[in-house]
Design a binder for this molecule. Sequence first.
Ligand code: SAJ
Length: 424
Amino acid sequence: MNVTVIGLGYAGLPLTVKLCLLGHNVTGVDKDKKKIDKFQNNVLPFAQDEPYLMELFKKAILSKRISFSLKFDSVSTSDLVFINVDTPLKGNKPDNSSLFSATQNCSKFLKKGTIVVIESTVAPKTCDNLLIPILEKDSNLKINKDFFLAHVPERIRPNHIFKQLTKLNRVIGVSSIKIKPILTKIYSGITTGDLDFTSLAAAEVAKTVENTYRDVNIAFANEVAMACEELGVDIWQIRRLINKIPVYNLHEPGAGVGGHCIPKDPWLLASSVIKQSLKITRTARAINDSMPKHVLELAEKSLAIIGRKIKNTNLVILGYSYIGNSDDSRNSPTKDLVKRLKMKKAIFKIHDPYVSPYDQTNLERVITGADCLILMVAHDYYKKLKLKDIASKMNIKIIVDGRNFFDKKQAQKNGFIYKGVGNV
Ligand code: SAJ
């Protein structure tokens, strides 16, 4: 089949590669010229460390069934068009500008019989109320008569992209059940997981609720963690005890919730309803957004023990990405912490083994003479840090642990003032 994938990010690029390796002729389209130039020169502009991506990308290039373009004309010969553009927020409302522009550009070239598949996460009712009208208007074609729409929300996590893409179940919302056979064929090539067919709106709700569920659960863990700090007990011990009960899963508290989906999708859900205020959803967002501020407070409390203030203190921040072992820094909690530290006129250095330019920071050098270490991201890379060595290099020995990364007892044995989220 001829296929176009619009939007070559963390979800769109792996999909393009996978579809090509399944034998389809694929054109990857993106509005970012620099990115397209790199793809055309067989270079990955991001996620270089993503398992399997580089090797499969090279295989796809060798097959000669993959091409990259800034233009949308391949849509006119495509049986399937996937839209995988970003759907960020503006304030707490969906910013559909990329989605609208991709859909509009696609509709200009849409031919009869094509199936348009929206893989971007969208607010409930976006397909019915916004995208179908755009596709019909600009193409002069009729939905379910001349063309079809599906919503198959992506489920991608950095570092696990191909495992997720090829193993996870997919929810497939369709404008007409007529396209079930062809989508079954396509997606059963992509994944060994279940394919669950439903309506466009149900697929939109399922995806936004799935990520809201996670956000709410993390917020509960964070709330309990802060209660544990006040009560003088260790949240991680509490978590172990609770999670011994079958089917219970208290999530992990931490320095904040980042990424392209979890902090955003609850707002997509909330924006889609008027009568329901979704109080738990909104409160959870507020709690999770407040965690970098809480980390800063833990640093201030630690410094207060020795009569110091955050201003003019040498801080080292470990981790800038939003999650461990990834270069993806979208909505990273560290960004919020940095903003707050700047307001406090703190002196700080950032290290991250995956995120430029912080991968250039000399870790050993910045730890030497530092007053406080704040761990924001649990990169495996930091496992090589030995408490004894750090203690010998730092000026003042303070660790603020946003991810339960260091062993509190060991840290204290090595002379550190240790404060972790939920374990102070
Ligand atoms: N986090 C916590 N505590 C936890 C779990 C996560 O603080 O217990 C934080 C992480 O540090 C990170 C953020 O939340 O900053 C989001 O992490 P995440 O593990 O929820 O994963 P994402 O955003 O990389 O991907 C999620 C995935 N959902 C799950 O794994 C349950 C993925 O399946 C979705 O496809 C993806 O969102 C998406 O694209 O929607």
